[in-house]
Ligand binder design. Structure first.
Ligand code: HEM
Ligand code: HEM
Length: 176
């Protein structure tokens, strides 16, 4: 049995956005301050990151309302527990990333609101504060490493069950 179509769609849309955001995020924050593309990438990163934040809420509601397939019977109980723990870490880290990014922008003194591709502006939800800005910055950086670590485990699990296990343990088939 597969995950519901709505959960599969939101999983893959978010997976693509999150991969893109990780690559762009590490790239843009590590290049020289005067690199020509640096400040073109920031607004794109922020707008896509805000879309991830909105999709996160849609995903939680979708997950609560849809039927989640039980793990394949051939999995060891430690594998089931580990996969649930990794899914939990992925939820926590993707939410922390998107929220801390938004809060970093909201507390940043040199911008008013979050410009969404020049189409409209999402208002700030906090006062401007250098202190809180640096806290959210640290959360954003730290959560990035937790997200990358849990993604490595997630992908290792998918590959293991697809290529090193019996075919009835292939969890990828449930998500495509
Ligand atoms: C799930 C969503 C997001 C992911 C995966 C993500 C990922 C990243 C990564 C990997 C970095 C580099 C961290 C480092 O300095 O080592 C970064 C930096 C940054 N992100 Fe995000 N981000 C997300 C959402 C957001 C949002 C919603 C905003 C703002 C509205 C945002 C604003 C920023 C800013 C301003 C930086 C640069 C910080 C600096 O200059 O050091 N991000 N992001
Ligand atoms: C190429 C990248 C990816 C592949 C191949 C992949 C594959 C899968 C598969 C096969 C499942 C089903 C596991 C099962 O049946 O137990 C799954 C579930 C899940 N994946 Fe991914 N995934 C990818 C990227 C991501 C990313 C970037 C995230 C979030 C940061 C993510 C978060 C989750 C979560 C939380 C679940 C549990 C089901 C749910 O609540 O949506 N995945 N993934």
């Amino acid at each position: 049995m597969k995950y519901s179509i709505s959960l599969r769609v939101v999983h893959w849309v978010m997976a693509a956005l999150i991969f893109g955001l990780l690559v762009v995020g590490f790239y843009m924050s590590n290049i020289e301050a005067d690199a020509p593309d640096k400040y073109e990438l920031y607004p794109i990163h922020k707008s896509l990151g805000f879309i991830v934040l909105m999709l996160f809420f849609i995903r939680v509601v979708t997950r609560l309302r849809s039927h989640i397939p039980v793990p394949p019977e051939g999995l060891q109980s430690w594998e089931v527990r580990l996969s649930h723990a990794v899914h939990g870490l992925l939820y926590i880290s993707m939410f922390s990333m998107a929220l801390s990014g938004f809060m970093m922008n909201s507390t940043y003194a040199y911008v008013e609101g979050l410009d969404m591709f020049g189409l409209f502006t999402v208002p700030d939800i906090t006062a401007k504060s250098e202190y809180w800005n640096s806290i959210f910055h640290t959360v954003h950086e730290t959560a990035a490493y937790i997200l990358v670590g849990s993604l490595v485990l997630h992908l290792a699990g998918v590959v293991k069950h697809r290529f090193m296990d019996a075919s009835e343990n292939d969890v990828l088939a449930r998500m495509v």
